[in-house]
Design a protein around this ligand. Structure first.
Ligand SMILES: NC(=O)c1ccc[n+]([C@@H]2O[C@H](COP(=O)([O-])OP(=O)(O)OC[C@H]3O[C@@H](n4cnc5c(N)ncnc54)[C@H](OP(=O)(O)O)[C@@H]3O)[C@@H](O)[C@H]2O)c1
Length: 374
């Protein structure tokens, strides 16, 4: 979607997984000359270099990377908007996409300061811009906590009393609540992706994030949930295009959207196992998963080296507990609102899983999972 010539676009988080996919989409589009990026870097040149290094992972060619001008980089941190709020490039900004966040599933000291305090401070500065028309805050569908209904709708959450699996999702829920109550009249749209795994053309080339959890179950042939249960997974390129659709479409019917596979395109673990079988060529047509408890996995830890190679058993068990619980939610996130806005429908995880398998051959599960625990 192309914006009006007067539209200026600001994107944060361009050095990350999802923000990188967004910038990769923008870079080759007519919207690129109107785009500026907030990047944590000591100078615009270094910011441009950080951005370019990330975009290479998305397959950006040298010719495309040459389109990044240091003048498009605003050096800054969302927790300190006072340092860049007076930048004259912001005066023409009409559309802002905030992908910046601390997404660690560990106990990262900056989670709350960035995702709640920083997001609020940044949004407050942006809502003061003279020509702002829309601020899209990237949330997460996982604010549903540990007991969601089978089909989650946008207005079901955030709500009080939810038990969160990790501090990260609690912080994202709190940010939404405070943005809505603190800025009730702001042109705020919240877009909540479900679980982002790989890229529909590049597999895990851009990032291994979360893919390793599926690989881990497959290596063990063990699951902590019913293999008939489904999981809502989307590739990063679909997510990025959907976010840009929500950012640039002239009018939207709602203020909150899931960016998800939805009930129709969320595969079961049995289907995921069959897709692994096709990709690995091991002849299986359905799952052979043994359903186990966390305690069974603790008891089996002597076998971790056989399954995964060299690894830290405590970290492996922690990952199994967290991701096993996410996998067992069995929920799909309704995406009717997004599709009704004219966004392209999502592909199924099982249609591009073979690309994730291919692009993971050079690394082990313990190596791949580090990206989510730093
Ligand atoms: N990945 C998923 O499965 C998933 C699913 C649902 C929702 N989401 C949401 O999508 C968004 C992006 O996630 P991601 O997976 O792309 O995370 P990511 O790869 O960790 O990227 C995070 C980005 O945020 C930037 N950032 C962090 N703190 C910042 C600060 N204080 N000021 C400015 N920039 C800062 C990072 O910059 P540096 O490079 O300088 O660190 C990086 O560019 C998040 O809001 C997340 O909640 C992700």
């Amino acid at each position: 979607m192309t914006t009006a010539p007067s539209d200026g676009i600001l994107v944060t988080g361009g050095t990350g997984f999802l923000g990188g996919a967004v910038v990769a989409e923008l870079l080759g589009s007519p919207n690129w000359p109107r785009t500026v990026l907030l990047v944590r870097a000591p100078s615009p040149a270094e910011g441009a270099a950080r951005l370019a290094a990330n975009l290479r992972r998305f397959g950006a060619s040298d010719a495309l990377l040459a389109r990044i001008a240091p003048q498009q980089i605003i050096c800054g941190d969302i927790t300190d908007p006072g340092a860049f709020a007076g930048d004259r490039r912001l005066t023409v900004i009409t559309r802002v996409l905030n992908c910046a966040a601390v997404t660690s599933f560990g106990s990262h000291p900056m989670i709350w300061r960035t995702n709640v305090d920083g997001t609020l401070a940044f949004a407050g500065a942006i809502f003061g811009l003279p020509h702002l028309q829309r601020f899209v805050q990237v949330g997460t569908a996982m604010i549903c906590g540990d007991s969601p209904p089978a089909v989650v709708r946008e207005d079901d959450y955030p709500k009080a009393g939810v038990s969160h699996l990790v501090e990260y999702t609690a912080s994202k829920a709190e940010a939404e609540l405070q943005l809505r109550s603190g800025f009730p009249d702001a042109p705020l749209v919240v877009a909540r992706p479900s679980i982002i795994v790989g890229h529909s053309r590049l597999g895990c080339g851009p990032s291994h994030s979360i893919y390793w959890a599926f690989r881990m179950s497959d290596a063990m042939q063990r699951l902590m949930n019913d293999p008939r249960g489904i999981i809502d997974v989307v590739p990063v390129d679909f997510t990025a295009r959907s976010l840009l659709h929500l950012l640039l479409k002239p009018t939207l019917a709602h203020r909150t959207y899931h960016v998800s596979a939805g009930p129709g395109m969320s595969p079961s673990f049995r289907q995921i196992s069959a897709a692994f079988g096709r990709a690995l060529g091991d002849g299986r047509t359905t799952d052979r998963y043994e359903v186990v408890t966390y305690e069974d996995l603790v008891a089996a830890q002597d076998r971790f080296h056989d399954w995964f190679g060299r690894c830290n058993r405590r970290l492996m068990l922690r990952a199994m507990r967290i991701y096993g619980t996410f996998a067992g939610l069995g929920a799909a996130f309704d995406n009717k609102r997004l599709l009704d806005e004219g966004a392209t429908p999502p592909p199924r995880f099982t249609d591009y899983l073979h690309l994730c398998v291919e692009t993971s051959r050079g690394s082990t599960v313990p190596e791949q999972m580090l990206v989510d625990f730093m």
